[in-house]
Design a protein around this ligand. Structure first.
Ligand code: NAD
Length: 297
């Protein structure tokens, strides 16, 4: 028996994730407001739907990868939205990075339809989406999480049930806040190193084998910062969105937010200099310009 899967939001992440699901055991229906994105998936064997509601009709799983809370709410709760047609027992899984309140609101509306909603943000970027090696952090009912393994294991290699609805969303925001702080700190300090005469490769060799080591420095900077080309993986605009979402949530609590707030100002300054569509790590260019130095091998 084939499983019917709807996939909505075919951007940098969604087009790669949905393509992995197209195989003889799945009927995959796709929708994106960008018709060219839908056509590209149809060329790979998916079927096109005219709206989220049409894609979700009779689906066993409805998967979404969308830019922000407003769009996610309209795709789930709007006039032509998923919940108009989602059948009882179906499982909706949102891979977007969004605030926990939005996830909980959609989970409640989904449960009124006797269906399930999992907030399941992802890490490891477009390479992880392409290769099926995403880290997926999931909030929502455990029995839905267990059942959804048949889909999640096609997309990810590290899949964790974090807890109740909204906890997947929150742990993802924690992850990206820490990444943002490390990115800003690594860029700022290494450009100071360049300014006083250190070589980039030597600094990298020492720091990535010392207590300053991080995934950002060891893995991400070599791919996005140190080479001649500086490709875009995860945009500064998306990082800014996640930092704002983290701080909006954190500011309702009591913890002092010195470093998170400072990192927000760093990324905001870079965005105001027109760097929103660049990779989030290209924030180092702000420091490079100040010092008239380059962080390249
Ligand atoms: P993207 O902007 O490339 O893709 C978003 C897609 O959603 C686009 O194709 C857009 O046309 C579509 N869309 C917008 N409004 C829509 C609507 N109303 N109905 C249907 N489709 C609509 O973004 P992305 O990089 O693929 O990221 C998607 C999500 O994954 C974001 O929440 C992002 O924060 C998160 N994320 C991205 C990365 C990354 O490396 N790019 C990594 C982890 C998580």
């Amino acid at each position: 028996m084939t499983t019917k899967i709807a996939f909505i939001g075919l951007g940098n992440m969604g087009k790669r994730m949905s393509a992995r699901l197209v195989d003889p055991s799945h009927d995959v229906f796709v929708f994106d407001v960008n018709a060219a994105a839908t056509e590209a998936l149809v060329d790979q064997g998916a079927q096109s739907a005219a709206s989220p509601a049409e894609a979700a009709t009779d689906a066993d799983y409805v998967l979404t990868s969308l830019p922000n809370a407003k769009i996610i709410e309209s795709v789930y709760l709007g006039e032509d939205g998923i919940l108009q047609t989602l059948r009882p027992g179906a499982i909706a899984i949102d891979f977007s990075t969004v605030d926990p309140l939005t996830s909980r609101k959609i989970a409640e509306a989904t449960s009124e339809k006797e269906a399930f909603f999992l907030d399941a943000p992802v890490s490891r970027g477009i390479a992880g989406a392409e290769n099926g090696t995403l880290a997926i952090m999931v909030g929502g009912e455990k029995r839905a999480f267990d059942q959804a393994q048949e889909v999640l294991t096609v997309l990810g290699s590290s899949i964790t049930h974090v807890g109740e609805s909204g906890t997947g969303a929150m742990v993802k925001l924690c992850n990206n806040m820490i990444s943002a702080i490390i990115t800003a700190a690594t860029g700022e300090v290494m450009v100071v190193g360049r300014e006083v005469g250190l070589d980039t490769r030597t600094m990298y060799d020492v720091l990535s084998n010392s207590s300053a080591a991080s995934h950002m420095l060891s893995d991400y900077f070599p791919r996005t910062v140190f080479g001649e080309e500086r490709p875009v993986g995860f945009t500064l605009d998306l990082m800014m969105k996640d930092v704002d979402l983290f701080l909006n949530t954190a500011e309702t609590g009591t913890v002092p937010l010195h470093l998170s707030s400072a990192a927000r100002q760093v990324f905001r300054a870079a965005k105001s200099q027109g760097m929103g569509a660049k990779d989030s790590c290209h924030v180092v260019e702000m420091y490079e310009a100040a010092a008239d130095q380059q962080l390249r091998f």
